[in-house]
Design a protein around this ligand. Structure first.
Ligand code: PMP
Length: 443
């Protein structure tokens, strides 16, 4: 196993000034690797090792790292605007907003924020303000950010969850300390792909909104079963709650708009982040105009506060404009390229596991893929927790590092291809997976 002495020294020095040495809890992985630079499909660590990157920094780099087109747009803004004001309106916000509204049928109006967590927070506030209700439904296994409403029921061990329940609610299992009990009593976790439970919650509580990733991509890739998203839409209409699709991870990665564009199911509100600006920090909330207009309601009791020093900052805003331009060019050639690579990767992986006699399935949506070591594609978090061989998953991920292939070092984390990956990268990776699997299974 390779060692990372320079990375270890840097992280250990950091711990003197930064709790844990890292600036996001999710980055505290083993082995700790400190990266130096990244370009296209590759990243280099401080030891000088090159990795083919499939982590994409938790998803944003749909065009690959340091995309020239996007960076040039940013450079122009830096040269022209110099002061980078965030306190006045620029010509860029309206341009970005119009591009999104033009590209996504469900989006009639948008607001521009900085992070996915802010966007999901605001979406839930809009849902509460518009319905006058407080309760929220959240399918388990989805991640929607760090705030009190949603920091729960993700990657919780099955032992804690207990048996799978139908048409019932699960306890709010926080993934953070410091969430008041009064607050968590307003949030009702249910199983993904289970419409009965959603309806049961609607009968029991006045539900303001349901927030979900339309395809779960924070526990690998769990697809909605046929009819699930349509069923959520129908229940939202029947019980009058606001349907929020969290497309922070999936938006603009799978299509202009996101998975909801592909599925044809129209949410009331949708949030984007990550891939919309290829790595620059921005998030967007959009959807029905009557809901979005609550941000400017003339009635102060209904008006939802929207504020943020850096909202619409020219650098990420122009990066988002340039990223969408790149994604839209040549009739979506980037998506076609990633689909082809994704297909080759999926087939290659399936063949490797079959040849080796390893029980595995490969889930994929376009550029995003994930191998599960179980005999069927999971339908919800219970299924995954009960059946996936997370130890084997972890061992292969670790072994791949020695081959210069960077999968995130946590089981079940999905992998992402980008416009910058090539067929050679895919073939090299497949060979590396075959060798890594052989190495860990013969130990
Ligand atoms: N929603 C989803 C689906 C996400 O994947 C994430 C981040 N992984 C968030 C929300 C939160 O976004 P951020 O980290 O930018 O606050």
């Amino acid at each position: 196993m390779p060692n990372y002495p320079k990375s270890e020294a840097i992280l250990s020095a950091n711990t003197q000034y930064i709790p844990g040495g890292v600036v996001s809890t999710n980055r505290a992985v083993d082995p700790p690797i400190v990266f130096d630079r990244a370009l296209g499909a590759y990243m280099w660590d401080v030891e000088g090792n090159r990795f083919i990157d499939f982590h994409a920094a938790f998803g944003p780099y749909v065009l690959g790292h340091s995309d020239e087109y996007v960076n040039n747009a940013v450079r122009r803004v830096l040269d022209e605007q110099r002061s980078l004001y965030g306190s006045g309106t620029t010509t860029l916000e309206g341009q970005l907003a119009q591009m999104i509204c033009d590209a996504v049928p469900a989006v009639e109006s948008v607001q521009i924020l900085n992070t996915g967590s802010e966007a999901t927070y605001q979406a839930l506030r809009l849902a509460r303000a518009s319905t006058g209700r407080s309760h929220i439904i959240k399918p388990q296994g989805g991640y929607h950010g760090w705030h009190n409403d949603v920091a729960c029921n993700l990657m919780t061990p099955l032992g804690v969850l207990g048996e799978r329940r139908v048409a019932d609610e699960y306890p709010f299992l926080p993934i953070s300390a410091g969430i008041p009990e009064e607050h968590s009593s307003l949030v009702h976790p249910v199983n993904f792909n289970d419409l009965e439970s959603v309806e049961a919650m609607c009968r029991k509580y006045p539900i303001a909104g349901l927030i979900c990733e339309p395809i779960l991509q924070n526990v690998g890739i769990i697809r909605p079963q046929p009819g699930y998203l349509e069923g959520l839409r129908a229940l939202a209409d029947k019980y009058g709650f606001i349907l929020i699709f969290d497309e922070v991870k999936t938006g603009f990665r799978h299509a202009l708009g996101g998975f909801s564009t592909l599925s044809g199911v129209r949410p009331d509100l949708v949030v984007y982040g990550k891939a919309i600006a290829n790595g620059y920090p921005i998030a967007v909330i959009g959807g029905r105009k009557d809901l979005m207009d609550l941000f400017v309601s003339p009635d102060p009791r209904r008006r939802v506060l929207l504020a943020g020093t850096y909202n619409g900052h020219p650098v990420p805003t122009v990066a988002a404009i340039a990223t969408i331009e790149r994604l839209a060019e040549n009739n979506g050639a980037v998506y076609q390229h990633m689909e082809e690579l994704g297909c080759e990767m999926q087939r290659g992986l399936e063949e490797i596991f079959k040849k080796a006699g390893t029980e595995a399935v490969v889930a994929r949506q376009g550029s995003a893929f994930c191998a599960y070591f179980m005999d069927h594609l999971p339908v919800d978090w219970h299924d995954l927790a009960a059946n996936h061989d997370a130890d084997l998953d972890g061992l292969i991920r670790r072994e791949l590092l020695g081959h210069g292939v960077y999968y995130f070092q946590l089981p079940m984390k999905q992998c992402s291809l980008s416009a910058a990956h090539t067929r050679d990268d895919v073939r090299y990776t497949l060979q590396a997976v075959a060798e890594s699997l052989a190495a860990v299974t013969c130990r």
